[in-house]
Design a protein around this ligand. Structure first.
Ligand code: Z5A
Length: 224
């Protein structure tokens, strides 16, 4: 990883509110984010936390409109246009939901996809460059990093198998070619190496219960 990217890491901040916690989940389609989020919500509520679960793109009225515009787009967008749509959704979500909720004592925000999705999808798979995407996140409010990110790592084969089982219609990204997906997986793995103090890479090819156990054990260590 070059020095410029390492230097860019200094522009980021994590929330400093006592007792509040910000978690994101990352991974390719079918990696089990939604499945683990349900588990996380349950255990955090049992521990007495107020929990707000959100997804990206989306989570606000404006963000949901952008989600529809991107994922239902019938024409290929320029990667920079695509990237800015995700950032617009994110900035609004931070302003309307994430930042106010993190001020509530003993609160946890759980976010289904965040900055690492943009780094992996637009930075790596769409080839905008990791450095370019990091630079776009230098400014407030986009420079807020989660306390913890669970990266659910699966192979492309496992992702395909799980999608076949679900039998859903393909959306904007799901029609992409194998090269896009192998770059995407590389991008996520690169992010886990770039931010080892924040991102926990988990082998998510195992059962949902086994993945949940790893997350539970980690939470015991990282929660205040
Ligand atoms: N995107 C982007 O390009 N840039 C950005 O900055 C952002 C997003 C923020 C949003 O998709 C798209 O936007 C996404 C990236 C892009 N690209 N795509 N496609 P989305 O929100 O609609 O979809 P998703 O995030 O990919 O969700 P998903 O496909 O539903 O995946 P998931 O939530 O990780 O998986 P799941 O629903 O929990 O599980 C999938 C299936 O596998 C389900 O049947 C489960 O029962 C099963 N499952 C889950 N875990 C396991 C285990 N451990 N073993 C066996 N089976 C399992």
């Amino acid at each position: 990883m070059n020095n410029t990217i390492q230097n860019l890491k200094t522009f980021y901040r994590t929330p400093v509110t006592p007792e509040s916690f910000f978690i994101s989940l990352e991974g390719i389609e079918g990696s089990g984010k939604t499945t683990q989020i349900k588990h996380l919500e349950e255990i955090l509520k049992k521990k007495g936390y107020r929990v707000m679960t959100l997804r990206e793109p989306g989570g606000t009225e404006f963000g949901e409109k952008l989600r529809e515009a991107i994922l239902k787009s019938s024409m290929p967008l320029h990667p920079m246009a695509e990237c800015h749509l995700f950032l617009a959704s994110r900035a609004q979500l931070l302003k309307e939901k994430i930042l106010p909720f993190l001020l509530v004592p003993k609160s946890v925000v759980i976010l289904d996809r965040y900055i690492d999705s943009t780094l992996a999808y637009q930075g790596k798979a769409r080839k905008l460059g990791i450095q370019t995407v990091l630079e776009l996140h230098r400014h407030d409010p986009l420079n807020l990093l989660p306390h913890r990110t669970y990266f659910l790592d699966i192979s492309l084969e496992t992702s395909h198998e799980r999608q076949l089982k679900r039998g859903q219609e393909k959306d904007y990204f799901e029609s992409e070619k194998t090269e896009f997906y192998s770059n995407l997986i590389d991008g996520y793995r690169e992010m886990a190496n770039l931010f080892p103090e924040r991102i926990l890479k988990i082998d998510a090819s195992v059962s949902p219960e086994a993945v949940a156990k790893i997350i539970d054990e980690d939470l015991e260590k990282v929660l205040l």
